[in-house]
Design a protein around this ligand. Structure first.
Ligand code: PSU
Ligand code: MN
Length: 306
């Protein structure tokens, strides 16, 4: 464990890590920037409960008053949910400034991986990762999440990536960075709201035990990067592709018209797609996060017995 002077690991999480018991990390940008209040808080709390029901300890990660926190209280989760987009969305480039100034930050996939790794947590569940944006040939908008997956040894369980991104280019980038993309029970990369994208994954794995074995081999080999697990949304919660794709196309057009760029792009697109689909996409989003939490917890349990 890389103990750091800016890091506070909550006692329950620290004990589980020290004893080699299963722990699952969770991000806080999904709470503050990914969903509206109060569904964001309700989801964050029920995801923690699902992780416990499946035999692991949850560790929601965030930055509070310049401290890197691994494991939040229910009150702290409520605080992030209520403050929403007023909290700084913290990526790798923001960490030093937030710590030095004693400020709050909501952790993205990138910073959740960094802090999880510092705290000795290996498995992380979320909704979707950032990736290569459509039009990145000219904007160069490529999420720092992809770089982090290339350099930090944490397994990230997600539901694929939203087609607000260029999924083909996102897979190319992950290949360049040496990140294995594993479909959980599928040969196709899921597209978050839908189970299919038309793009293949690198490998298909069907059990948490096999995911744990792959991760163990990656660690034993001393590989420094992470592993991306893409777990499709359960069929009953998936959205009709035409509905979601037309909402995404419209949201992207508006984003371009308004000249939104940089870190504001993803939160804008997420919120706009939720509005345009009249809340249907929010329900799907909540269900897929719960489903990822379950697979991550089961994998953490399997990993802890290896
Ligand atoms: N995609 C989603 N939901 C999210 C995010 C992405 O479907 O909540 C959040 C995650 O925190 C992810 C971040 O790490 O957005 C990526 O932001 P950017 O594209 O600015 O790197
Ligand atoms: Mn970006």
């Amino acid at each position: 464990m890389l103990l750091n002077k800016y890091l506070d690991v909550n006692p329950e999480v620290a004990a589980a890590v020290a004893e080699g018991r299963p722990v699952v990390a969770l991000e806080s940008t999904i709470i503050s920037h990914g969903m509206p209040y109060p569904q964001n808080v309700e989801t964050a709390l029920s995801v923690e409960q699902i992780i416990r029901q499946n035999g692991a300890v949850p560790a929601t990660i965030a930055i509070i008053g310049g401290r890197l926190k691994a494991g939040l209280t229910a009150e702290e989760i409520e605080y992030f949910g209520k403050k929403g987009q007023a909290i700084t969305k913290a990526s790798r480039r923001d960490l030093a400034v937030l710590c030095a100034r004693g400020e709050d930050g909501a952790t993205t996939v990138t910073t959740t991986m960094i802090i999880a790794h510092m705290a000795g947590i290996r498995i992380f569940a979320t909704g979707g990762i950032g990736g290569v944006h459509r039009g990145a040939e000219t904007t160069m908008d490529i999420s720092a999440d992809l770089e982090e997956l290339g350099q930090t040894p944490v397994m990230v369980v997600c539901a694929g990536a939203k087609s607000i991104l260029d999924l083909g280019l996102t897979l190319e980038y992950l290949e360049t960075k040496g990140v294995p993309v594993i479909g959980y029970g599928t040969e196709e990369l899921p597209a978050f709201y839908t189970r299919r994208s038309g793009f293949g994954v690198d490998y298909r794995v069907d059990t948490p035990e096999e995911l744990a074995a792959v991760f163990k081999a990656q660690q034993d080999l001393g590989m420094k990067g992470g592993i991306l697990v893409a777990n499709p949304i359960p069929e009953e919660y998936a959205m009709p592709p035409e509905e979601i794709n037309s909402a995404i196309d419209r949201a992207i057009a508006e984003c371009n018209e308004k000249g939104i760029h940089g870190k504001a792009t993803t939160p804008f697109l997420l919120a706009r797609v939720a509005e345009l689909t009249g809340g249907d996409s929010l329900t799907s989003n909540i269900r897929l996060v719960c489903n990822n939490a379950k697979v991550a917890a089961q994998t953490a349990v399997a990993f802890s017995s290896l």
